[in-house]
Design a binder for this molecule. Structure first.
Ligand code: CMC
Length: 392
């Protein structure tokens, strides 16, 4: 009963008013609070962008220094939380570990949970943004059996993450500035992207005033899928599987075959019907990182570029407006940086936490918002005569 607008996949339904991120998918434009992603990506530190998403304005130098200091006060994890890692199998997927440990933060912080108090919302936001790099790096360290590395708070956000990932005791690890720059760039490009599946998940989960740490864990779960954040890992697996440029046509053919579930990973987007501007930026960065590192997996970039060329000239991809998206290039850079494939989506989650938290706060501060409660079209049987078990 009841007639509701039917919109599977929410292709034409706005769920909220938002002043955080603007996308013009036809023109390939992305802005955060009115600033072009190209400007932010070229000139900002990730924490400036996080501050912008959360506080509506870019920080002054003093505000930035204060914010960096505030974040650095919260980068440590409770030692008891560290025990959670040890309960996982060493070969557990780091995204599975992240869903668990980020959700577990909800058991540790009972003093930042009054959602009506802006100071407590700020504290929960700071904790999440500050702890994500530590938590992500620990997921990696645990998987390779190395001791956890504690944060070094004089470092910038992206640098500190690389330090926690790659430093080992009794070895003087210095973060390569080219890698730190690339990491910072990747974090900025993943910081927010309006009402995608994981952000909508965070909003819907928290629309019941649920625990913010648990709601971010719900966002991580949604992001994991290969149609969303999991695509960066899937792209690398696909390029490795293609293995040689000569095999590209075979994979293009499969992607076009409606009877084959295979899709070109890193291609297509619900909103962009043009080049994803984030992919454009990363495409340029790819070459810089690979040149700096003179890495061995250069042939994967060659396969990627050839694949891109062929797909962009293929009638199927042209007609359906399927362009490379952000995940197409990020994986190649991350791989070149020595980040293992299974960590790719974890890095996406780390960066997107800034956006999730900003969207969560915007929702709570919006007097129009109420608990999310979609309706349905019931298509099951109407009333049936019940027959007791002994007669069935
Ligand atoms: N390869 C081959 N065909 C494709 C692809 C692709 N990557 N993407 C879409 N199509 C086809 C699809 O089969 C459909 O054809 P038809 O109209 O004949 O049925 C048409 O294009 C429209 O696709 P859709 O699935 O209806 O579009 P959507 O908006 O629901 O899905 C998408 C968007 C991103 C999930 C999809 O393009 C896809 O699966 N891409 C590959 C995975 C990927 O790269 N995901 C990352 C997205 S961007 C960053 C992020 O969100 O994390």
């Amino acid at each position: 009963t009841g007639y509701f607008t039917y919109d599977p996949g929410f292709t034409s339904t706005a769920s909220c008013d938002s002043a955080i991120t603007y996308i013009d998918g036809e023109k390939g434009i992305l802005t955060h609070r009115g600033y072009k992603i190209e400007d932010l990506a070229e000139k900002c530190d990730f924490l400036e962008v996080a501050y912008l998403l959360l506080h509506k304005e870019l920080p002054t130098q003093k505000q930035f220094a204060d914010y960096h200091h505030e974040i650095s006060m919260h980068t440590l994890l409770h030692e008891q939380l560290i025990n959670f890692y040890k309960g996982f199998r060493r070969d557990a997927h780091p995204m599975a570990v992240m869903v668990g440990v980020v959700g577990a933060l909800s058991a540790f912080y009972h003093d930042s949970l009054d959602l009506h108090d802006p100071d407590q919302r700020e504290l929960a936001s700071t904790r999440l943004i500050a702890k994500m790099p530590s938590m992500a790096a620990m997921a990696y360290k645990y998987s390779v059996g190395q001791p956890f590395v504690y944060p070094q708070n004089n470092l910038k956000y992206a640098e500190n993450f690389l330090h926690m990932m790659f430093a080992v005791p009794s070895y003087d690890y210095q973060v390569n500035p080219v890698l730190a720059k690339a990491m910072n760039l990747i974090f900025i490009l993943h910081a927010d992207h309006e009402q995608n599946a994981s952000t909508s998940t965070v909003r819907l989960a928290s629309s019941s005033s649920a625990n913010p740490f648990a709601c971010i864990a719900a966002g991580i779960a949604s992001l994991w899928g290969p149609a969303h954040g999991g695509a960066n890992e899937a792209v690398l697996n696909m390029l490795t599987q293609i293995a040689d440029k000569s095999r590209i046509p075979e994979f293009i053919k499969r992607a076009k075959d409606k009877n084959d579930p295979f899709r070109l990973m890193g291609f297509g987007h619900r909103v962009y019907k043009n080049y994803d501007p984030r992919a454009q930026i990363l495409r340029a960065s790819c070459h810089e990182v690979i040149e700096e590192l003179s890495v061995k997996n250069e042939h994967l970039l060659e396969i990627a570029l050839e694949l891109e060329k062929i797909a962009l000239n293929d009638a199927y991809f042209v007609e359906k407006k399927l362009f490379p998206n952000v995940d197409f290039y990020s994986g190649i850079i991350l791989k070149a940086m020595g980040i293992p494939t299974t960590m790719f989506t974890v890095l996406f989650a780390l960066a997107r936490t800034a956006g999730w938290v900003a969207q969560w706060r915007e929702m709570i501060e919006d007097p129009i918002q109420k608990i999310g409660r979609p309706r349905q079209r019931y298509i099951g049987p109407v009333q049936r005569k019940f027959i007791a078990l002994e007669q069935r």
